[in-house]
Design a protein around this ligand. Structure first.
Ligand SMILES: [Zn+2]
Ligand SMILES: [Zn+2]
Length: 317
């Protein structure tokens, strides 16, 4: 099936940005190579500093990519078909100054059929051979996180837990390129990696965030440093892009959290790269089996990264 967004959604996105930025989903920045070894707005501050350009990923590119112009057309990208229902578990409770999250990483929305079926048009581009599997986890995050002295890099693997129950990865695929531009995802913009962990690389369109917003977006998840993640819209419903946000893809502002208006630091998802966090503003934790560990920006040398995304290559025939 083609297209995550209907034409009317695109028009609404254009209209809603009249006062701010225009985001054209047919011509999004490809941003390959926007990976940095220090915090920088619009770039992923990645813990992994060396990527293998031949690492597993999509087998082919398609006409949605315009390498010459450095753009891609999200509306023309094929999606993995299917309507597979999962038994999602997500429990969020507050105990003192901690937010305790227990879950199984399965989303509360249907997913595409993985492994990708031969009869799916997506198979031609990306033969994701993985099966979606539950991963029971438990994590404790601060309810009122502090901004760290220096931001930390983003590991591969989970960097946040979304309210759908599924996890959020950073914007990169195993080759260090823009995962949303290259990897073929399902209609909720998710897919499983080699251990069957279903994840997104940006905000899922299956999480509600009305395009014709007049207010700040609602909460969509929590980053592993405890800071909350909101949808595409800032105060007054203004559509945000990377240019409106800081080096970690967040800002300080008024948001509704735990039923109260609070002025706090929070991250935003944006329709443009790097889509969600570009570094951790607070002190991150990691979840064994789901995420690699992060470290502060500083003089430490390169570290071998955790290869969380995608299985070993299968030679396309
Ligand atoms: Zn905001
Ligand atoms: Zn991925």
């Amino acid at each position: 099936m083609r297209a995550f967004f209907s034409v009317s959604t695109i028009l609404l996105l254009l209209v809603s940005t009249a006062a701010a930025h225009t985001v054209d989903l047919t011509s999004l920045p490809l941003a390959d190579g926007e990976v940095s070894s220090e915090p920088r707005a619009g770039s992923v501050f990645a813990c992994q500093t060396r990527f293998n350009p031949n690492a597993p990923g999509a087998q082919r590119s398609g006409d949605w990519l315009n390498e010459t112009a450095g753009t891609f057309d999200l509306t023309r990208k094929p999606t993995v078909d299917g309507n597979v229902v999962h038994l999602s578990e997500l429990d969020i409770a507050i105990a003192g100054t901690r937010r305790l999250i227990n879950g199984n990483t399965l989303p509360d929305h249907p997913t595409g059929q993985f492994p990708v079926s031969r009869s799916d048009d997506a198979f031609y581009y990306d033969r994701n051979p993985n099966t979606i599997r539950a991963h029971a986890f438990s994590v404790s995050l601060p309810t009122n996180p502090a901004i760290a002295e220096r931001p930390s890099c983003l590991p591969m693997g989970a960097i946040g837990i979304m309210l759908t129950g599924a996890v959020l990865f950073n914007a990169l695929d195993a080759r260090g390129e823009n995962a949303l531009a290259h990897e073929i995802l399902d209609n909720c913009q998710g897919h499983p990696q080699r251990s069957g962990l279903y994840h997104y690389h940006g905000k899922s369109p299956c999480q509600n965030d009305p395009a014709a917003a007049t207010e700040h977006s609602t909460l969509i998840g929590y980053a592993l440093d405890g800071f909350a993640i909101y949808g595409y819209h800032g105060e007054g419903g203004v559509l945000l892009t990377s240019r409106d946000l800081d080096e970690c893809h967040g800002h300080v502002g008024q948001v509704m959290l735990e039923g109260e208006m609070q002025t706090i630091y929070h991250y935003h998802a944006t329709p443009d790269y790097p889509y969600t966090l570009s570094c951790f503003k607070g002190d991150p934790t990691s979840i064994a089996g789901l995420s690699g560990s992060a470290r502060r920006a500083g003089p430490e040398g390169p570290r071998r990264g955790d290869r969380f995304d995608r299985p070993p290559p299968r030679r396309p025939r």
